[in-house]
Design a protein around this ligand. Structure first.
Ligand code: COA
Length: 371
């Protein structure tokens, strides 16, 4: 039996959701190029596309928006938990626990897609309530006149987002919505394949996304730009890091061996949002790291990935760096649940093998005789 460490190059399902061409740097959702979706669509439309397999017409989009608004509520017991939980708790732990509680409280029988829509609507509430409460601020009630992403920023920051902010958030959320068979999506499928419930699957996804090898690199990339401090320090910083065998955060990807198309798109939005929010220097540093990093690492197929500019963008939108993975989850929940629904159409319990390398037939020694 062949050992495939990390299941690299192992396909576990057929999909019609996302296609990545890692050599040419192309990404398609349901067959549509990511460039078109980020230019012409909103997060709500792309969420519909991922869940239903087609772009919505006006009526279908309106219905989804109304469902999002209708489901923008969490129970008193969850709000109470968010008030009482330790202020220094890891936000991904808080989110995981709150989603678990939503699952426990949701006793309605029902369509799995309806539950997915409801959960996607609730996750931003959990994140913004927790963020404000731990900062000693009052919670902000959802505003039904706002879109999903506008409402998210409004509940987080307490003021309605500008056009640039809301468009930047839309695009960032679209770019994180799905990415084929990544670790957290796989974790969701492992749970779903046992015919457990959707909430348990999503809890597994959040748990996998929490790890720094998956959901944490955007904060690391931001930290790196802050550490560099000025554009003039970039070359020295990169050279020193590479000489010491350290990595440039936000560079490199298992699948993309060229510039990640998501990073290319986010770069423009990072520029606009940092201009609006007075963080221009941060963008200038990142752009220089991008330029020098590509010159040095590009030969090895190592280029900026989505996390490279995502950190600056989310920070400029008002998110504390420890919340970045939760924002990622608030978008990826759409992909997770779509993959679960797709997998369940032709379910097979996920049960791989391990190659045993230990001894066989050891002689049993009773407790008193053991050394
Ligand atoms: C994402 C990542 C884990 C993918 O790694 P991978 O496909 O498993 O590839 P490896 O870790 O085996 O790296 C292959 C080679 O590229 C180098 N490399 C990979 N990413 C690098 C980076 N960001 N900076 C410098 N060198 C890098 C490795 O040192 C290794 O070099 P070697 O062959 O001379 O030892 C890796 O690129 C990384 O750690 N990047 C930084 C963290 C990050 O941005 N993560 C977010 C991913 S979306």
């Amino acid at each position: 039996m062949e050992l495939k460490k990390g299941l690299e190059d192992v396909a576990i399902k057929e999909t019609e959701i996302t296609y990545i061409d890692g050599q040419l740097g192309r990404l398609y959702y349901r067959g549509y190029p990511i460039y078109d979706l980020t230019e012409f669509s909103t997060f709500d439309e792309v969420a519909y596309l991922i869940w239903f397999g087609k772009l919505p017409n006006r009526k279908e989009l309106q219905d989804l928006k109304e469902k999002f608004v209708e489901e923008r509520k969490i129970s008193d017991s969850i709000t109470d938990y968010l008030r009482k939980v330790r202020k220094d708790a890891n936000p991904m732990d808080v989110l995981r626990t709150a989603v678990s509680q939503i699952g426990l409280e949701d006793t309605r029988p029902g369509d799995i897609r309806e539950k997915a829509i409801s959960l996607a609507s609730k996750i931003p509430i959990i994140i913004s309530y927790f963020s404000r409460l731990r900062d000693g601020k009052d919670i902000v009630e959802p505003d039904p006149s706002l879109s999903h992403v506008e409402n998210f920023l409004y509940m987080l920051n307490g003021n309605k987002p500008s056009q640039v902010e809301s468009r930047t958030m839309d695009v960032t959320m679209i770019l994180h919505i799905d990415h084929e068979m990544n670790a957290s999506t796989f974790a969701c499928l492992v749970v779903a394949s046992t015919l457990s419930d959707l909430y348990s699957s999503v809890v597994a996804g959040i748990s996998a996304l929490k790890g720094p090898l998956h959901g944490g690199a955007n904060a690391e990339a931001l930290k790196q730009f802050m550490e560099i401090g000025s554009k003039e320090n970039v070359t020295d910083y990169i050279m020193k890091r590479l000489e010491n065998g350290q990595r440039i955060m936000g560079f490199g990807h298992r699948i993309y061996k060229t510039y990640d198309p998501r990073a290319r798109i986010l770069k423009d939005y990072a520029k606009k949002i940092t201009e609006e929010r007075g963080n221009k220097e941060l963008f200038a540093i990142a752009e220089k790291v991008d330029e020098i990093g590509c010159k040095i690492l590009g030969k090895k197929g190592i280029y900026p990935n989505v996390d490279f500019y995502a950190g600056i963008v989310l920070y400029s939108l008002g998110f504390n760096p420890d919340l970045f993975p939760t924002v990622f989850a608030s978008s990826r929940v759409v992909g997770w649940t779509a993959h679960v629904m797709e997998y369940l159409k032709d379910n097979k319990l996920i049960r791989p093998k391990a190659i045993y390398r230990g001894e066989i037939g050891r002689k049993y020694i009773d407790l008193d005789s053991r050394e």
